[in-house]
Write a protein that binds this ligand. Structure first.
Ligand code: PRP
Ligand code: URA
Length: 209
């Protein structure tokens, strides 16, 4: 069964508070999402493999470590996932980025896929699907199915805020996928919004309504 990790570092919790606050404007919201994405990337890269490297400091030759160069792919779910890409790339600049375009039909709440473009070697990469919100779980579930259908073997999911309902869907449908969250909220409302949540992540990031 996939594991669920709530990355409740004090800096993440602090910044999430201002992300949730409804009076936070677009510019600040964007900056905070970028910062939290970077902090989450720091936490989820803890186990990246290292290899030895010999270097010369100004004092002597020494054996030290560098990243072994594991191939990583970031997969933001459009559009709100875009708000987290740059923050993650600050720490993993060599990652390739694929895009999955999905929107939730406001009536049915079912995701509709409208775009997909992926790195050609996704089967060799560890993929990190990113989306600020995991609500019913429909969008992340569809995105992960789409990636698996195209050969993806190693997938993790990273979201700012999730509802328990969405987490259950991913655990059920994709027991091989570990889930990393900034916060696990109480529940969904009858319109499929996370409570207390942050409202509509895409609209708040891009200043739309
Ligand atoms: C939001 C969010 C997720 C999805 C989560 O996207 O960014 O992709 O809803 O909801 P779910 O778990 O119930 O599927 P939205 O459909 O609003 O599209 P947008 O990113 O283009 O605004
Ligand atoms: N999508 C959002 O942007 N916010 C929610 O609360 C649920 C889905």
């Amino acid at each position: 069964m996939g594991n669920v990790f709530v990355l409740d570092h004090p800096l993440i919790q602090h910044k999430l508070t201002y992300i949730r606050e409804k009076s936070t404007g677009t510019k600040e919201f964007r900056e905070l999402v970028d910062e939290v994405a970077m902090l989450m990337a720091f936490e989820i890269t803890r186990n990246l493999p290292l290899q030895d490297k010999t270097i010369n400091t100004p004092v002597m030759e020494t054996q030290t470590k560098v990243l072994a160069g594991k191939k990583i792919g970031l997969i933001p779910i459009l559009r709100a996932g875009l708000g987290m890409v740059d923050g993650v790339l600050k720490l993993i600049p060599a990652a390739k980025v694929g895009h999955v375009g999905l929107y939730r039909d406001p009536e049915t709440l079912k995701p509709v896929e409208y775009y997909i473009k992926l790195p050609s070697d996704i089967e060799e990469r560890e993929l990190i699907v990113i989306d600020p919100m995991l609500a019913t779980g429909g969008s992340a579930n569809d995105a992960i199915h789409s990636l698996k259908k195209r050969g993806a073997k190693q997938i993790r999911l990273m979201c700012l805020i999730a509802a328990p309902e969405g987490v259950e869907v991913i655990k059920e449908e994709h027991p091989d996928v570990d889930i990393y969250l900034g916060a696990l909220d109480e529940k969904l409302d009858d319109k499929g919004y996370i409570r207390p949540g942050l409202g509509d992540a895409g609209d708040r990031l891009f200043g739309t309504k």
